[in-house]
Design a protein. Structure first.
Length: 320
């Protein structure tokens, strides 16, 4: 697992990449560093290389340079430049191998509604003539079947928070907006096994169905009710593991109580877990090849960074 960028406990933007061994949970720093960046996107290409896109650099300005990581040589190289330097954007690999990048903020902190497509073979980024219907950052983007990209929520304005839109990669157009049931800024959007998308924040979720082109609310709420900076990972068997997060604007209150969302029942399942290692926010979560989940990094209470790595076993429903 490649770990890149982020912010240190001293509030420095990092450029020292690490490779994490998923079996031993041991990591090592790669000798060839990448450009310092935080709030960036990493996209795995069809050839196994990984693109690093956007984010804020060590001067806290949006980074335009695009880097590629080669697993074979374990090295980074600059391959091109975005048409617009941006941070807090979203990036998605399209079926044809190109990378779709949308939204974010520019050097002045203004929200963007522009989008561009990167050709990984040449490193060239081309800004689309059409723009998103709303300006968005802290949004989510998920690839659906048929080359459609669902873009949900985000900051920008009141309408962006409670709406979604779809980008059609084949025709290069944005389709009419879709109303959501809740305002969502820092949230998660998880592609389910049946092609629907589970969107979650603030203790409540909704599910987007491509067949009906609408969102349906999940009944009830997941306790604790308010959290952001959480992760939501699809497990083997189809459940979604919701972990961590914090109560907005309360530094000391990091929520560790994990919750499962079961799409087949359209319901939340509480979990009896006593493990302080899951008490984290703003961390990363990865679905492992066997369908388990791995959690790494993030912060605990008082904004203290953690380097703990935790695995969730779907069969035993235990963290270790």
């Amino acid at each position: 697992m490649l770990v890149t960028g982020g912010v240190s406990p001293e509030d420095k933007v990092l450029g020292a990449p690490e490779l994490l061994d998923l079996a031993t949970h041991q990591s090592r720093v790669i000798g060839n560093w990448h450009l310092p960046r935080a709030g960036h996107s990493c996209v795995k290409l069809k050839n196994g290389k990984i693109l690093l896109i956007g984010g804020s650099n060590d001067k806290r300005l949006p980074e335009a340079r695009i880097e590629a990581f080669d697993p074979g040589s374990q090295s980074f190289s600059v391959i091109g430049q975005l048409a617009v330097g941006r941070a807090l954007q979203q990036a998605v690999l399209l079926p044809d191998g190109e990378v779709f990048v949308c939204g974010g903020v520019d050097a002045t902190g203004n929200a963007l509604n522009s989008a561009e497509v990167i050709d990984p073979n040449t490193g060239k980024a081309s800004e689309l003539r059409v723009r998103m219907l709303r300006k968005r950052y802290y949004h989510q983007a998920v690839l659906l079947e048929g080359g459609l990209v669902l873009i949900t929520g985000g900051a920008g304005d009141a309408e962006s928070r409670i709406s979604a839109e779809i980008f059609d990669a084949a025709t290069k157009v944005f389709l009419p907006p879709i109303a959501m049931h809740q305002q969502r800024v820092i949230h998660t959007a998880t592609l389910l096994g049946d092609g629907r998308v589970f969107v979650f924040s603030n203790g409540v979720g909704e599910v987007f169905s491509p067949q009906t082109n609408q969102f349906d609310q999940v009944p009830g709420s997941a306790a604790p009710a308010i959290r952001d900076g959480h992760t939501a990972t699809l497990l083997r068997g189809g459940d979604v593991l919701i972990v961590g997060g914090g109560i907005p604007e309360v530094e000391e209150d990091i929520l560790g109580a994990p919750v499962l969302f079961r799409p087949t029942a359209n319901a939340y399942l509480e979990m009896n877990v006593s493990n302080n290692l899951v008490n984290r926010s703003d961390h990363a979560a990865l679905r492992l090849p066997n369908g388990d989940a791995l959690l790494t990094g993030g912060r605990t209470s008082q904004y203290m960074a953690t380097d703990d790595v935790v695995t969730y076993d779907s069969a035993t429903r235990q963290f270790r």
